[in-house]
Design a binder for this molecule. Structure first.
Ligand code: 13P
Ligand code: 13P
Ligand code: MG
Ligand code: MG
Length: 373
């Protein structure tokens, strides 16, 4: 096995057609994706891969040595989605090609519809990496769990008791409305971080970096989240921006269990039915990653890998575990409670978020009926 200088993990995903409706991905599409990525391994473009799905999103998890934003890797993902979407159209799957918003590949998958989380790092002697994949929600759904992993000592005792994690971490936060970014330090600027990321439809955690003086290079991200906004690309509602994230664990970083712990609380996220409702995020094994009830509730799946010499190795399905049963039950109870509000806020999203749905068309039709009071 070759020893590599730096390893890149790329998680690129798209909804290229649902089966049925927006619930899950047809096995035929997963097969096409696996075949395409297998060819890419044979031609030495990628080292290893795993194809999966959460809800109706097809997820390509790949390792290689070509760095972030590599044109050939992104084109591989794009071409794979195009090929799958062709089959999805033939099969009349729902919303076939939904997330493929560009006419032709333009060098980088960003801004073309698919979501992308990727990072390049120097492999440690042991390199646990977790791929988180959400359906029926938006990138800001990662704010609470990522914050708790890397900044909340009640979640992550390693911040208190592990000298290698004690200095804290740096958060790169994006304002996705104004396309600006800011770097803030935890724990020193915790209140500023929370002032921003509590507004999860606007400010999203993009990456987390280690601090100076620790064991890890400060220019290599330890967590990364996809922040692609479909509405901003398409200019109309085409589905939610179902996000993905990659997180490295252990040895100066939160332990695997500290990374998973935030998901024991099914927090409220926006998305769910028609991308227009608040609901609980339910952690599930991949076998249960099907969005059925009211097109949800929003789900998160997590696959763990021990990356070695740029090989992914076998996935471990981390939420396929009875320890998350109470969280799933709680999510079910919250789903019942929220559903009883029907079309009322705060089950339905506030008006400023409904702008990104189909409701503006309804309101426009009423415009002329309004009289001054
Ligand atoms: P082990 O002693 O099993 O390696 O666990 C250490 C640890 O950090 C658990 O969170
Ligand atoms: P997706 O964004 O997962 O395609 O869901 C869209 C939708 O409208 C669900 O009700
Ligand atoms: Mg869909
Ligand atoms: Mg989806």
């Amino acid at each position: 096995m070759a020893i590599v200088a730096k390893t890149t993990v790329s998680l690129i995903k798209a909804d290229i057609g649902g089966w049925p409706g927006h619930s899950t991905v047809h096995p035929e599409l997963m097969k096409i994706a696996s075949q395409e990525l297998e060819k890419a391994v044979k031609s030495d473009l990628i080292m290893d891969f795993h194809v999966t799905h959460v809800g109706d999103d097809l997820e390509l998890i790949m390792t290689h040595t070509k760095g972030e934003g590599n044109e050939r890797i992104h084109k591989l993902a794009w071409d794979t989605f195009i090929k799958g979407a062709k089959k999805a159209k033939e099969m009349k799957l729902y919303g076939a090609g939904q997330d493929l918003l560009a006419d032709a590949f333009s060098g980088n998958i960003k801004g073309m519809g698919p979501g992308c989380a990727e990072f390049e790092f120097t492999e440690r002697p042991s390199e646990p990496v977790v791929a988180f994949m959400m359906d029926k929600t938006e990138p800001g759904a990662f704010n609470l769990p990522i914050y708790r992993m890397f900044a909340d000592p009640f979640n992550t005792p390693g911040l208190v008791i592990d000298p290698a994690a004690h200095a804290g971490f740096i958060f790169e936060i994006w304002d996705i409305q104004e396309d600006k970014a800011v770097f803030l330090n935890a724990p020193e600027e915790t209140y500023d971080i929370l002032a921003l990321i509590g507004a999860k439809s606007r400010y999203v955690i993009k990456r987390v970096f280690p601090k100076e003086g620790g064991k890890l290079p400060t220019d290599e991200a330890v967590a990364v989240v996809s922040t692609d906004k479909l509405f901003h690309i398409a200019g109309k509602y085409v589905g939610k921006d179902d996000p993905v994230a990659l997180v490295r664990a252990q040895s100066g970083l939160p332990a695997l269990g500290e990374i998973l712990e935030p998901f024991a609380f099914p927090h409220l996220v926006s998305g769910w039915m028609r991308g227009s409702h608040n609901g609980p995020l339910m952690p599930v094994g991949i076998k249960d990653a099907r969005c059925t009830r009211f097109d949800g509730p929003p789900r998160v799946g997590a696959l763990g890998f021990q990356v070695a010499n740029a090989m992914l190795g076998m996935p471990s399905d981390l939420f396929d575990d009875p320890a998350y049963e109470p969280a799933r039950k709680k999510a079910g109870e919250i789903a019942d409670y929220m559903r009883r509000h029907g079309p009322f806020e705060p089950h339905r999203l506030p008006m400023e978020d409904m702008e990104y749905t189909t409701i503006p068309e309804i309101l426009k039709n009423l415009d002329s009926r309004f009289k001054k009071v």
